[in-house]
Design a protein around this ligand. Structure first.
Ligand SMILES: [Zn+2]
Length: 404
């Protein structure tokens, strides 16, 4: 038996007037999803415990079978791992944003003008982070280039008591009261201050200012986290497997769980991602000896954050046709016995543009034991009506794999 988890990030939603009071999952044309729901188990799972933030980090940990209350140590360690930052137990990883500070006065007098530095491009960011690496990096403190304004720093043997502020929480405010606190903060403050000297007048930023764009004139250090100690997936479930995702966070969770990463050309994390390429890679991996594949698609979540209803519907329909239906057809044609868990990690309602902690629908289908509930569809409402509810979402993986 081969096991495949398909995660459509942020698919769950609320009913919307413009969709005739239906949710996106109800409105979209998804015969592949509905077939999984009508031939398998359908229910709701709570992927995010009340005590934790409703993020893709906590939610995907749950879906992968790890209790976030026990294993979640922050978001940055996962992203650092995906970008090549090896974390030892003494290390601390941090988010290192490129931000725009206001020009006036000394460093502490400045305000947080733009936490994402005018959505700086990858090309520009890469040049600036290289410069930061050269001038501020050393054996003890390493910088890793991520995407756009989101980068990472790893401090080997760092102190552990930090008081750091997310830059998006202080938009427009004076930074003085929000500069890093904790026993290692003097060093980090000095680096941030120095980064302004390095970046403010950099040619990349001069060009941005000429074009009327916000310059990425400082780094901002926040989001500290230590290495999460996840027991290997293979040990937990007896299955060898892989992760397919465009998102560093999900790749990092996979790495800490001991899963292989499969890179897919054209996997972007957006609506234009290579759906077919991901489906093909998943089937290939299962054919070539993997017992388990975790296939994650970010697009629906991105569309929700941008309030793009049409695109979210489109993304979900593409996951249905190019991923779910395609994979089933391929596996059936190859005569491979398979179980599929279809789920969304959390809801990202279009009306809010942000994640919520609502329980999410899931379906578990087994080719060896299909059931027959033809009226069922894969959506929030239908999943709630079956009465199957998992309060601890991380136990869903046990149900999926061990109760087979
Ligand atoms: Zn997510």
């Amino acid at each position: 038996m081969k096991f495949l988890v398909i995660v459509g990030d942020g698919m769950a939603d609320y009913p919307m007037d413009q969709l005739e009071k239906r949710t996106v999952l109800q409105y979209a044309d998804t015969p592949g999803f509905d077939r999984l729901a009508s031939e398998g188990e359908l229910g709701l799972a709570r992927t995010i415990p009340d005590q934790l933030p409703p993020g893709s980090d906590t939610a995907n940990l749950s879906v992968m079978g790890y209790d976030p209350l026990r294993y979640y140590t922050g978001r940055s360690p996962f992203e650092a791992a995906s970008l090549g930052g090896e974390l030892s137990p003494d290390d601390v990883s941090f988010r290192c944003n490129l931000v725009t500070l206001s020009p006036e006065g000394s460093y502490a007098d400045k305000s947080m003008k733009d936490y994402c530095a005018g959505e700086i491009s990858n090309e520009e960011a890469e040049i600036l982070i290289e410069e930061v690496k050269k001038k501020l990096g050393n054996d003890e403190i390493e910088f890793f280039c991520g995407f756009n304004y989101r980068h990472l720093m790893v401090w080997h043997g760092a102190p552990e008591d930090w008081k750091l502020t997310p830059p998006h929480d202080i938009s427009g405010k004076k930074i003085a009261e929000h500069l890093p606190g904790g026993s290692g903060s003097a060093k980090v403050r000095a680096m941030m201050e120095r980064s302004f000297e390095i970046l403010a007048d950099h040619p990349v930023n001069r060009k941005r200012v000429e074009k009327g764009l916000n310059p990425a004139n400082s780094i901002w250090i926040w989001g500290d986290g230590k290495k999460p100690l996840l027991p290997p997936f293979e040990e937990k479930y007896g299955l060898k497997g892989s992760v397919i995702s465009a998102v560093d966070l999900v790749k990092g969770i996979g790495l800490f769980a001991g899963l292989k990463l499969i890179q897919v050309e054209g996997a972007t994390g957006n609506i234009d991602t290579n759906y077919s390429g991901k489906a093909e890679a998943a089937v290939e991996a299962l054919k070539k000896g993997d017992d388990f594949v975790y296939l994650h698609i970010e697009a629906p979540d991105e569309c929700s954050h941008r309030f793009e209803t049409e695109n979210k519907i489109k993304a979900i329909e593409m996951i249905d046709s190019l991923v779910v239906r395609r994979i089933r057809a391929d596996l059936e044609q190859e005569g491979i016995d398979h179980s599929i868990l279809l789920i969304t990690d959390h809801a990202t309602p279009l009306s809010l543009g942000t994640h919520t902690r609502d329980p999410v629908p899931f379906a578990i289908y087994r080719s060896s034991n299909p059931i027959n509930k033809p009226a069922r569809t894969f959506d929030e409402d239908c999943a709630a009506k079956t009465g199957l509810f998992l309060g601890e979402g991380y136990l869903l993986m046990d149900r999926f794999i061990k109760q087979e």
